[in-house]
Structures are given as C-alpha cells and as structure tokens.
Design a protein around this ligand. Structure first.
Ligand SMILES: [Zn+2]
Length: 199
C-alpha cells in the first residue's frame, strides 16, 4: 500500500515557497491486454499534488469566505477607458496595462446581477465536484464591462433573471467554487451546505 502520510504542504518563508513532504506518489500498475490475452501496455497510476499560485488574484479568492465579491477598476486618468470595472478580477487594465484598483462590488451584485446567458450540462471535465446537471450562468452587472462565469446550484436559469451571490463562508475551499448564485427570493435555509448570503 502507498503510505500517504507526509502529503506535501507549502509555506512561505522570507517571501519564498518552502515545500515540505511528498508531492508525488506512485501506485501499483496493471497490464492492458487484448482479447487474446496479449500484452498491449500498462496503466501508470500517479498521484501528484499541484501547486497553484494566485499572485495578484489572491485578494479575490480570500474575500469570498468573507462574503465579499471583488472586482477591479482602471483609475488611470490618461486611459481611454478610465473607470471601467472588471469582474472577473483583472489585475491590469487591458487597455492601458496599468495596475487596476480593487473595488468591492458585493452591493452592486446584490442589487443588479442578472443572467446574461446560461448552459446546462451533464458532461463535465475531470474531477467535477458540482452536482449534475450543472447550470453554468454568465452574469452581468450594472456598470461592469465584463460578464462573469459562475453556476446556479438552485432553480432553473432564464435569460434576464435576477440572481443573488452566495458565498462559501463556513467551509471555504479558496477556489472559484466558493462563489455561486441563486434566484432572487431564495430562502437562506435552502442554500447548499456552508453557503450564506453574507457572513
Ligand atoms: Zn486603463
């Protein structure tokens, strides 16, 4: 048996990543044979811990557990599109390439978020953890120049429908899955486990 103790973890010491433990595990393989029993190959089971650095997007993921949705805004007075707000979170303005200012758009989302379009799917990528069918929705906000991709765990999506943000404030994963949306008027007691409208 593979001993999974000492699973790898990462700390930051003096501004550098410090890796501890094991980031790769190998498992016993098995032969692949054709119908006559002839050897065609082998499986190679592997278990790899990926390290994903958020960089300048870290405040966005950190704030979800606090029930906050962050966007960014270009405040460069010389930019052709100064004042433009971006959700999803863009670190730099795509027009002038200056660093954007972080803005809290939770209230804007609560008051103005609507479904721009949607897609319902039973087929997902690898390691899907969402309940199927998944209702992916694209959300538009008043005063925001971009459309945000997320999902609707409750209800049926319709174009133009008002939705409210919900946040994984109790058991956060620090990923985009800590943010979801529900139809306006949904009771807080109906939300998926760990989710709240705000903290
Ligand atoms: Zn700009």
């Amino acid at each position: 048996m593979v001993d999974l103790k000492d699973r790898g973890t990462v700390k930051v010491v003096d501004g550098r990543y410090k890796f501890e433990g094991n980031f790769h595990y190998i498992y016993p393989n098995s032969p692949i044979r054709d119908k006559d029993g002839e050897l065609m190959g082998v499986t190679n089971p592997r278990d790899i811990t990926h390290v994903h650095m958020y960089g300048g997007e870290a405040p966005f993921f950190e704030s979800l557990k606090d029930g906050k949705l962050l966007g960014t805004r270009c405040d460069n007075p010389d930019c052709e599109h100064t004042g433009m707000v971006h959700v999803p979170f863009k670190i730099h303005c795509p027009d002038c390439l200056k660093k954007n200012t972080i803005v809290d758009i939770t209230d804007t989302a609560k008051k103005t978020a609507t479904v721009h379009t949607f897609m319902v799917t039973e087929r997902t990528g690898a390691f899907n953890t969402l309940k199927k069918p998944i209702r992916f929705i694209n959300i538009e906000f008043e005063g925001v120049s971009t459309i945000l991709m997320s999902y609707l765990p409750l209800g049926e999506p319709k174009i133009g429908m008002r939705v409210l943000p919900i946040f994984q404030t109790k058991i956060p994963t620090f990923t985009i899955l800590d943010l979801a949306w529900v139809p306006e008027g949904t009771d807080e007691s109906k939300l998926p486990e760990g989710f709240t409208f705000s903290k």
